[in-house]
Design a protein around this ligand. Sequence first.
Ligand code: PEP
Length: 251
Amino acid sequence: MARKLVAANWKMNGSAEGNAALTGRVVEAVSALACEVVLCVPYPYLLQVGGLLAGSRIGLGAQDLSEHDAGAYTGEVSAAMLTDVGCTHVVIGHSERRKYHGETDDVVLGKVRRAQAAGLVPIVCVGESREEREAGETEAVVLRQLEAVFAGLDDVGARSLVLAYEPVWAIGTGLAATPEMAQAVHASIRTALRSRLGDDAGALAVLYGGSVNADNAASLFAMADIDGALVGGASLDAEAFISICVANSGR
Ligand code: PEP
């Protein structure tokens, strides 16, 4: 049975005051649920949110990390720094990083390696653009992004990550993939995982991300290969995020 996981991606949102209210409510409501929950928050708030999560079962994640170890890389944040402030997870290869910061598949792999070497669980994002979907290239793009990471990892590394299928056209648009569209891609991902990891493929969480909300979460989670969600906009609303976590733990 694959793991159940819901990860929040706050993106570049938050304030000290708002974080306290949002995190407090989430801790109160999701701690007893049968799904893993991780909050991926902006760097400046990692210590604050980590403090608020202390003693709970909720993980703390960053939204990126440096592909470098340490040194003269102004503005960057290393894997060791993330573990130092209590992170358990880190989002890598989000489409906004690929698009606005030119992150290539090679850079994504470098970051995955750094994260794993430091003991962080990478949440690796893959997904096609609207143009790629319209050109019938969805599966090819997603599997290329996946293979680029897998090719550089040993079997332990390949087993020690979370994948997030995030069609770029669905992120932040309110236009989620239908459960059937998402499932079709998740099934291809699972087949690729099986050919690499055999029976262990079932234990690796494959999340869907892209306009998940309180209304569509349950129908997405009803699909055989959708193990959870990476949630952007709806994770900023405590009640919406909690509903998504409840939907995932009940499936
Ligand atoms: C995301 O930021 O990864 C995301 C899926 O955003 P949203 O849920 O807002 O589409």
